[in-house]
Design a protein around this ligand. Structure first.
Ligand SMILES: [Zn+2]
Length: 109
């Protein structure tokens, strides 16, 4: 196959993505911005609106599954909170802190 030329880019996705080396560094998302949100462009993966919708859907699925399996509610809430904290830590490139937060949540049981 012929070498693919990158498409002419008008907007870049504004999101940062972690480097795969696990050191908590990040780089700009290489994808083209497809959706404009508050003056910023995002690709299909990082569009905050789509992300929120997906997350909501996953949350519903998670609730249904935990109900079916009879998972302990207190533990779930604790884990959910820890996960939320971990994600915001990750967004601030604090990967080690995020790992610690999750490890602590899993420990207390
Ligand atoms: Zn992106």
């Amino acid at each position: 196959m012929a070498k693919q030329k990158p498409p002419k880019v008008e907007h870049r996705c504004e999101a940062r993505v972690p480097e795969p080396d696990g050191w908590g560094r990040s780089r700009s998302c290489p994808n083209r911005g497809k959706f404009e949100r508050n003056g910023k462009w995002y690709c299909g993966i990082h569009d905050p609106v789509r992300k929120a919708e997906k997350e909501k859907q996953r949350d519903l699925e998670y609730n249904a599954e935990s109900k079916r399996r009879g998972w302990n509610i207190g533990r779930q809430d604790r884990f959910k909170t820890a996960m939320k904290n971990a994600l915001s830590l990750l967004e601030n490139e604090k990967r080690i802190d995020a790992r610690l937060a999750l490890a602590r949540a899993l420990e207390t049981d």
